[in-house]
Design a protein around this ligand. Structure first.
Ligand code: C2E
Ligand code: CA
Ligand code: CA
Length: 536
């Protein structure tokens, strides 16, 4: 009698599900594989409908997110977890911390921490018995929002875990910027086999000592081999079917009683100096993370114009779209595909990174010869950072993303307007698209970065006026412009100042129509008005 409910059905039955307790938590123990003791548990949401039977989070969480109901669901579950902890405490058992999941949409709720704090205080549970889990995906667009959430959680005293570490592309970057207390690695995301082959190993990650000090929980561990392997590389904390599936509160209470407990501690060795001659073992946690849990990444040395690749991970090669093994790749001259301009840009970024000790971004076109298809050009965005130094030799960590499709689309989009293309290459264009039907606006990376916009703005353009990105006195004009487009105008343009500093931007829209001539989307761009005479 298990039948999947549609998004609409879920939304319809949501209130009742809450009122009648169809939504509840299961608890999955987390165990120290070296000692067999329990270090905590994770609460996982379940929904059992009287008619349709069990619904699974993989289905209903996205549906709740889509319908804007996830916030209420998460708060409801949080209260259930608090009450469960309260019950355990009152029964005289020794509780362990329980982790709760924060949806990536909860971060848009500014009062989230205030609200959970109100619940926690009302139910009277110490903060050390709750741990917050956030996922990398919540950080993709709105780094500010996540940082804000993190600091509020920390202020309130919560331990914060980074869930599903490595499922996004810029993992290390995110860790550097976000001060999470625990990392969760999901074994199911592992692309390679554990251990990997020998060869050249990550040298030091001086900048990442913070990361190395952070305790790691391995999740989704199903076999003894996996658990033993994780233990052998210094990660003892295990959550997975090997020890226990998520279980009901009754069963969990029994486990709590049966097992000894211990607090979680930083389990890893700390590496704090670069030692260029000494490479780490392939059987290290660092190697595992490098090979499986970060996006395309390379480690290379740089010394007076000479670069040598020490190591690339499988995702690096995949990102570049090459049919090559890592070994062949490493043997070649790293500058070979860049061309003179590309090499210059790349070296410039390296020097900047050396000077600033910060992450620098550079985009380069690279030409690859392929036997079947002749020459192919791809555009790579690299985020580079110095991770070590020995004399004049620098050790550099690069994360890459193939942005060819993005670039090509962008170029195609504005091909008809040479001026735009010119401007885009000057890196002065902001671009976005607006969907008339959903009222969603999706900004480009540059907009997200410079204007601190999230990846999707719903109910556009209201929020950009409400948040003061655009000045209030332009609201009416802007709404009119969008409604003209929606009513069939092929394009529109205006000069609009951004509120901060009232810097004038030339905003242009081009409408895309469907086969019936109905407007689908408007593609917007904004260029800085540099010189009024030039604008004709
Ligand atoms: P997650 O947070 O990564 O949770 C871990 C998932 O892995 C759970 O799936 C758990 O049942 C499953 N799992 C644990 N050990 C093993 C194992 O050894 N092998 C395998 N194959 N799977 C294992 P579940 O309960 O179906 O939850 C799926 C996802 O739904 C969660 O992934 C989380 O992203 C989301 N979710 C669950 N509860 C909540 C919640 O209360 N709020 C929010 N916002 N999201 C939730
Ligand atoms: Ca989780
Ligand atoms: Ca997880």
């Amino acid at each position: 009698m298990e039948k999947r409910m549609s998004t609409e059905e879920l939304a319809e039955r949501f209130d009742r599900a809450i009122d009648e307790g169809h939504i509840y938590a299961l608890y999955q123990p987390q165990i120290n594989h070296a000692t067999g003791r329990m270090i905590g548990a994770e609460a996982l949401m379940r929904w059992k409908d009287p008619e349709y039977g069990m619904q699974y989070p993989a289905d209903f969480i996205p549906a709740l997110e889509e319908k804007g109901l996830i916030y209420r669901a998460d708060l409801y579950l949080f209260e259930q977890i608090c009450r469960f902890q309260r019950k355990i405490m009152e029964s005289g058992l020794n509780p362990v911390p329980i982790s709760f999941n924060i949806s990536r949409f909860d971060i848009y709720e500014h009062d989230y921490v205030t609200v959970i704090e109100e619940i926690r205080n009302r139910v009277n549970v110490p903060v050390r018995l709750l741990r917050a889990e956030i996922t990398e995906s919540s950080a993709i667009g709105g780094m500010e929002l996540v940082e804000d959430l993190l600091s509020k959680l920390h202020e309130a005293g919560y331990v914060v875990e980074m869930d599903d570490f490595g499922s996004g592309y810029s993992s290390l970057n995110i860790l550097k910027d976000l001060s999470v207390d625990v990392i969760k690695l999901d074994m199911r995301f592992m692309s390679g086999n554990v251990g990997g082959r020998g060869g050249i190993i990550i040298s030091s990650m001086v900048q990442m000592t913070k990361w190395l000090r952070t305790p790691v929980i391995a999740e989704g561990v199903e076999t003894m081999e996996q658990a033993d392997y994780m233990k052998s590389i210094g990660c003892n904390y295990i959550q997975g079917y090997l020890y226990s599936k998520p279980i009901s509160d009754e069963e969990f209470t029994k486990e709590l009683d049966r097992l000894d407990h211990e607090p979680m501690a930083a389990a890893m060795k700390l590496v704090d100096t670069m030692n260029a001659g000494k490479f780490w073992s392939p059987e290290s946690l660092e190697t595992l993370i490098f090979s499986n849990f970060v996006g395309g990444a390379a480690i290379f040395t740089y010394e007076n114009g000479k670069a040598e690749i020490l190591r690339v991970n499988p995702k690096y090669i995949k990102e570049i779209g090459m049919n090559m093994n890592a070994h062949d790749f490493i043997d070649k001259n790293p500058w070979r595909n860049l061309g003179i301009e590309g090499k210059r840009a790349y070296e410039f970024a390296i020097k900047k990174a050396i000077k600033s000790n910060e992450e620098e971004t550079v985009e380069t076109w690279r030409t690859f010869e392929s036997r079947c298809c002749g020459e192919e050009k791809i555009c790579i965005r690299s985020n580079i950072r110095v991770i070590g130094r020995a004399g004049e030799q620098y050790l550099i960590y690069a994360m890459i993303q193939n942005i060819t499709a993005e670039k090509k689309r962008y170029i195609d989009l504005f091909d008809s307007e040479r001026r735009f293309r010119f401007a885009s290459e000057q890196a002065n264009v902001y671009a976005w698209e607006f969907d008339f039907r959903t009222r969603e606006m999706r900004p480009c990376f540059r907009c997200m970065r410079d204007l601190h916009l999230p990846p999707v703005i719903r109910n556009y353009p209201e929020p950009v006026f409400d948040d003061g990105v655009f000045p209030e006195d332009y609201r009416e004009m802007y709404y009119k412009m969008l409604s003209d487009l929606e009513n069939g105008a092929e394009s529109a343009e205006a000069v609009i100042p951004l509120t901060v500093g009232r810097v004038p931007f030339h905003v242009r829209y081009t409408t895309e129509f469907d086969e019936n001539g109905k407007p689908l989307k408007a593609y917007g761009s904004a260029t800085l008005v540099v010189d009024n005479a030039e604008e004709e």
